[in-house]
Write a new protein. Sequence first.
Length: 158
Amino acid sequence: MLLIPAVAALIRDHQGRFLVHQRPDGSWSLPAGAVEPGETPAQAIAREVLEETGLIVRAERVAGIVGGAPCRVRYRNGDEVEFVVTVFDCAVIGGEPLQTGEETQALDYVSAADLLSRLTFPYPPSIFEPTNEAAFFQRPTARPEKTAHTQTIGSGTR
């Protein structure tokens, strides 16, 4: 299993609805994708949004970070990955919405009430609530166990 750093964008219209896009497989998603090597998360979200929607955005704040077992995906070929997703509130600063593209069949704005039932990825509902408070993160449900595991890398000499 691979652990993949990823990003997702919360883009709202003037009515407070969220932008989603339909992928080629028919599923609906926030504009989102993996962070590429050498890229910051803010650069990654700007690139992903442009590729998937045609819009130019600026990351305004971190809305939340999600990961763990609920963010595990098994692909049809059997590969399994687990995403750690930084979700950004974004502002549109330019561009034109795509009608269709390589990664997008359609774009739509969806109300907060309808959003979770439309999305395939399991985002927690509180991440979509507008707030000026600290970003959402998954709090541990139990105290972590201390382990005596030490990994040895290299020969140990300099």
